[in-house]
Ligand binder design. Structure first.
Ligand code: C5P
Length: 309
């Protein structure tokens, strides 16, 4: 086989309820993931050793400067995991084309890892070796990061535990989104640590996270306005504390008619839900004009997870 290309979506969190910190340093979550039509592409080709290259996708202005190209890249770690499981040498060149913001709260690194798992499993597929099943890949994904299994699955799903134990959520129709990216990323561990610090300072201990019934009803009925009102992100106060300018970005999107406005995951990307495709184009133009974001991206969800092209 010459090469395998895999397309993988970004995610936005419709609900991110952060519970108490666990002994392993992670937090128990209710994390309702939603995959949107903003894609990275990973191509795996046979090579003598493990090589990684990263570039911005055509027409994308993603700043790729912060993405490691050594063995620490999450996609490279994914390749080594697959090679180890199959008992082969990790001889593969991974070419990553990014449209998902880096350190933007849209799980771009996790998406690349999921794509690399699928691409390498296919590249090294051989009838002499055991086949890696979907469950095997989900298990390897969970080893790489809490958001990796969802990037394999896609759609809309409820994640519990660290966010890696997934159940698909019932959802109707298509939702339209506008994303406002920021100049410079936020570190996920730093945002979780700030969330803990704010809770401690305010003497507000974390409650046990529960799935929002309002959110599930909104998803099942496919009503954007109800969904917009039900968006929750417990990391938002921490992201706003670390990046105060996001307040203005969120307020501007709301003033311009978004039916929902929320920081995506640990930020700093802001997600705006709108009623339909036409509103998405209008809001994108207005937000661009308001100058409150680095880049404006329009997308729709749900879309499938990592897919071989
Ligand atoms: O699992 P992943 O490596 O993507 O997590 C990145 C960081 O996010 C962790 O090191 C931790 O600081 C934080 N995190 C957390 N609780 C979770 C998921 C992530 O505290 N459930």
């Amino acid at each position: 086989m010459t090469s395998v290309s895999v397309r993988v979506p970004a995610k936005v969190n419709l609900q991110l309820s952060v519970g108490p910190i666990r002994d392993d340093g992670y937090h128990d979550l209710v994390n309702v993931f939603h995959a949107v039509s903003l894609f990275d592409e990973v191509t795996a080709a046979p090579a003598a050793g493990l090589e990684v290259s990263v570039e911005a996708a055509p027409h994308s202005r993603v700043a790729i400067g912060g993405v490691p190209t050594d063995g620490g890249n999450l996609a490279a770690r994914a390749a080594r995991l697959v090679a180890g499981r199959l008992g082969v040498e990790p001889g593969v060149a991974l070419r990553i084309r990014k449209a998902i913001p880096v350190a933007g709260g849209m799980a771009g690194g996790s998406a690349d890892a999921a794509a690399a798992l699928v691409a390498c499993a296919r590249l090294w597929d051989d009838r002499d070796r055991p086949v890696l099943t979907r469950d095997d890949l989900l298990e390897l994904g969970a080893e790489l990061g809490s958001d990796v299994p969802f990037a394999l699955l896609g759609g809309t799903a409820i994640g519990v535990g660290r966010g890696e134990r997934l159940t698909p959520a019932l959802s109707r129709g298509t939702f339209h989104w506008v994303f406002a990216t920021a100049d410079g990323g936020l570190s996920t561990p730093a945002v979780y640590a700030e969330c803990d610090r704010l809770r401690e300072a305010g003497e507000r201990p974390a409650a046990w996270p529960r799935v929002s019934e309002d959110l599930m009803t909104a998803l099942a009925t496919g009503d954007a306005k109800t969904l917009g009102a039900a968006l929750v992100n417990d990391l938002q106060p921490a992201a706003l504390a670390l990046r105060p300018s996001l307040r203005r970005t969120l307020a501007t999107g709301r003033d311009l008619g978004a039916v929902g406005a929320v920081v995506s995951g640990s930020g700093p990307t802001c997600a705006f839900l709108v009623a339909n495709e036409e509103h998405a184009a209008d809001l994108a133009a207005d937000l661009d004009g308001a100058g409150v974001a680095e880049q404006i991206v329009v997308a729709a969800g749900p879309v499938p997870g990592a897919t071989v092209l």
